[in-house]
Design a protein. Structure first.
Length: 266
């Protein structure tokens, strides 16, 4: 099982470990694309702080993030699973998994990133600020920049098992499973169910979406679940107590769509 996660907007501070070693990152087929973004991002942030703030879409209060990007080659690093924070990663709670679940997480979780393309949670990276929605002056839109290298790397990374796609739309644009890989891919939407004047209303709520996805991945890791495909995933999630509504694709070469319905986060 390969689980595709979005990163978090906010990130922990860079660690005290050795500086970035690009050659040590997973998915080495992305190395050239990573280097191109890293070079332009660092140069932009060193040369023109105001332009960098505009390009990165940062408010005045986040101006300090630009300085962080100028030090990407020299800053200390931490495992990506410790760099990414926020609602999804709080609910996932990587640090509190048992040893077996941590090993599964290291093998199965892949975090998409505007800067790195995708990294495993054990890959050591510095803290940074560069979302997938950024358009760099030289390279252009990052999701478009990543499509060709991702298309060549991701089918192998997906292996022959289930792909559980929990990415947000901006990151999903960098790689869309196709063909046989798509047929064993399940994308998940979380819906909050509420009774309004006796009538059920469903809506997508950011907090419920992120927290439920994190909790769901945690439960799968702790259970040692290894569903082979989307249909088996539905059964596993139901066994774990989730309310899941599945829509099988109408034609070949398309992913499954799963709705996980929640009323509250426990």
């Amino acid at each position: 099982m390969l689980v595709l996660l979005p990163p978090s907007e906010g990130k922990a501070a860079s660690g005290r470990g050795a500086p970035l070693k690009p050659e040590s990152l997973s998915l080495p087929g992305l190395a050239d694309a990573r280097a191109a973004i890293l070079d332009e991002l660092v140069e932009l942030c060193l040369a023109d702080e105001e332009k960098a703030r505009e390009v990165l879409g940062l408010s005045e209060g986040l101006r300090g993030e630009i300085a962080k990007n100028t030090e990407l080659r020299t800053a200390g690093t931490r495992p990506a699973g410790k760099i990414y924070t926020g609602v999804l990663y709080d609910a996932l709670g990587l640090a509190t998994l048992d040893a077996a679940a941590k090993r599964r997480a290291g093998k199965s979780l892949l975090v998409f990133s505007g800067l790195w393309g995708a990294v495993r949670v054990g890959d050591r990276i510095p803290s940074y600020r560069c979302s997938m929605g950024v358009k760099l002056p030289g390279l252009g839109a990052l999701n478009a920049h990543w499509r060709a290298p991702m298309a060549s790397v991701m089918p192998e990374a997906a292996g022959d098992g289930l792909v559980l796609d929990l990415r947000s739309s901006a990151y999903a644009g960098a790689w869309k499973p196709a063909g046989e890989v798509a047929e064993r891919t399940a994308s998940v939407r979380v819906l909050q169910s509420q009774l309004v004047n006796g009538v059920e209303k469903r809506s997508v709520v950011s907090h419920f979406n992120k927290a439920t996805k994190g909790r769901m991945v945690r439960d799968l890791l702790l259970a040692g679940a290894g569903p082979k495909g989307p249909a088996e995933l539905v059964e596993v999630l139901r066994d774990l107590g989730y309310v899941v509504e599945a829509q099988a694709p109408g034609r070949a070469g398309r992913p499954w769509a799963l709705d996980v319905v929640v009323t509250e986060i426990h």
